[in-house]
Design a protein around this ligand. Structure first.
Ligand code: HEM
Length: 456
């Protein structure tokens, strides 16, 4: 018996086969690690032999440990331990002498800086200097306690500053989660994020079906093979491609655009919230716009599709969540729309002022805050690259004249169509909304299996 990639993992019965599989897979792929603080260390290999020795001994967190800690957390509320993950760019694998098996993975092999279609203005001119330097290795370290994490990262950075160190540190990027008053993770524009995920473990699917709001209208079940592949480094383990994008958010600009759109549509009172909801496709509290015209979505719903909203009079076609997951309302159809989905594992970065009682984000910065977008997938071409270029950036998707995704679209000036009345396409207003998210850097990484890592 081996692991079947055409189905989700049945984690309700863990035999030796599943245990071996989970022990060989890095954590955070099958489900998010859930820690509130992370540090990303972008490294260049300075000494190949020392780098290999470091990587062979590095205590990478495996998926089995993560699942055990999740169980314990549910029973005792004890926070899990430190999560340590390792990723390589193609340049990094080349520097270690193991790049050859990856030559056929085009986007990964060339790197994000060469992937003009996913760059702002087609070049990496918008990137911060440290992220323009090609990294070889990325270490992700995550923990619930910020001070302890800072001490661990400080120690590594100090070690890597030595003359005979295995690596040179190019950048340390922190990430920190923010939550609303319902305890839901939010991004800097103030919206609940991370609610909709493809689910690849039976226990998660059962939870969604029974306690999570149902899977009758939208079934998030996804096969393992959408996220992992047999590790090209060899052995019997599995790896995954990780897309990383540092996306800076102009919060002040976005909030002004929401207000402007509300005025253009003559929305009044609480209905003004429908301007931002048309941009995102959900209200700030996560309520899907296609299901209703006001907030009030606790628990946040995900069991919906756009079948009753075929003319997009509730949730416009360009709304961020409809562009990036049409749930069967695209010309490709439901099965295709689902296969493009990635396991999104992003976290916000930067500091905000947050009201301690209401958890409202108070300040409205125009730089220094954003999303460390991270996603796992089996194919960068068919998933991230496709979603960004053929859907989000494509003014003609899902049909002519729709315009770009107003949150993450990178090209285009066409005014999108916005609706004054919920459920009616009468008197649409045309206004271009976009340009509030800037790409500050990114790359395509490979998360090796643990046996692959040890065999380097
Ligand atoms: C700063 C940048 C971004 C912001 C502020 C943002 C915000 C959001 C929010 C608020 C949601 C709704 C919560 C949820 O359903 O999980 C969402 C969902 C989603 N986002 Fe983003 N996002 C960003 C970047 C991206 C990027 C770069 C991609 C992919 C190229 C992406 C793809 C998706 C997908 C696939 C969903 C789920 C849609 C669904 O299943 O209904 N997002 N995003």
């Amino acid at each position: 018996m081996s692991i079947n990639l055409t189905k989700p993992l049945d984690d309700t019965v863990i035999s030796n086969v599943e245990k071996h599989f989970l022990r060989g897979l890095q954590a955070n792929i099958l489900k998010g690690h859930g820690r509130e603080h992370i540090a990303l260390l972008f490294l260049e290999i300075a000494d190949q032999a020392k780098a290999l020795a470091f990587l062979h001994a590095y205590p990478v967190t495996d998926a089995f440990t993560q699942l055990e800690e999740t169980k314990l957390f549910k029973e005792t509320r004890a926070p899990g331990g430190v999560v340590r993950l390792v990723f390589f760019t193609k340049a990094g694998l080349d520097a270690l002498g193991h790049g050859a098996p990856f030559a056929g993975f085009g986007a990964f092999a060339s790197g994000m800086a060469a992937d003009a279609g996913v760059l702002d203005g087609g070049s990496n001119g918008s990137w911060q200097a440290q992220l323009k330097q090609p990294a070889h290795v990325l270490l992700l370290i995550a923990y619930h306690d910020e001070a302890t994490l800072a001490r661990m990262v400080g120690k590594l950075v100090e070690d890597f500053a030595a003359d005979d160190a295995p690596f040179k540190t190019l950048l340390v990027q922190e990430g920190r989660a923010y939550k609303n008053s319902d305890g839901e993770g939010i991004e800097h524009f103030g919206y609940v994020d991370g609610r909709s995920q493809p689910l690849m473990m039976k226990s998660d699917i059962e939870r969604e079906a029974n306690g999570g709001g149902g899977i009758g209208q939208h079934d998030p079940t996804a096969p393992l093979g959408q996220f992992i592949l047999a590790d090209p480094l060899g052995g019997d383990g599995f790896g995954s491609f990780l897309v990383f994008r540092k996306l800076e958010q102009d919060v002040a600009g976005f909030k002004a655009a929401e207000r402007h759109l509300a005025a253009t549509l003559s929305l009044a009172g609480d209905d003004r919230e429908r301007a931002g909801a048309q941009i995102v496709g959900r209200f700030e509290d996560g309520t899907p716009l296609t299901l209703g015209n006001a907030e009030g979505g606790v628990p946040v719903r995900n069991d919906f599709n756009y079948g009753a909203d075929a003319n997009a009079s509730r949730c416009p076609f360009q709304g961020h969540i409809r562009k990036t997951h049409p749930r069967g309302s695209s010309p490709g159809g439901l099965a295709f729309d689902n296969t493009v989905q990635m396991a999104r594992r992003g976290i916000t970065y930067g500091h905000r002022l947050q009201d301690p009682d209401t958890k409202e984000l108070i300040d409205q910065p125009n730089d220094g805050v954003g999303l460390l977008f991270m996603s796992y997938q089996a194919s960068i071409e068919n998933q991230f690259h496709f979603m960004q270029t053929q859907w989000a950036n494509n003014e003609g998707f899902p049909s002519a004249g729709v315009g770009i995704d107003p949150v993450i679209g990178q090209v285009g000036t066409l005014g999108q169509r916005w609706f004054p009345t919920f459920g009616s396409t009468a008197s649409p207003q045309s206004e271009h909304v976009g340009g509030f998210v800037k790409l500050k850097g990114g790359d395509y990484f490979f998360a090796p299996s643990i046996s692959g890592l040890r065999s380097l």
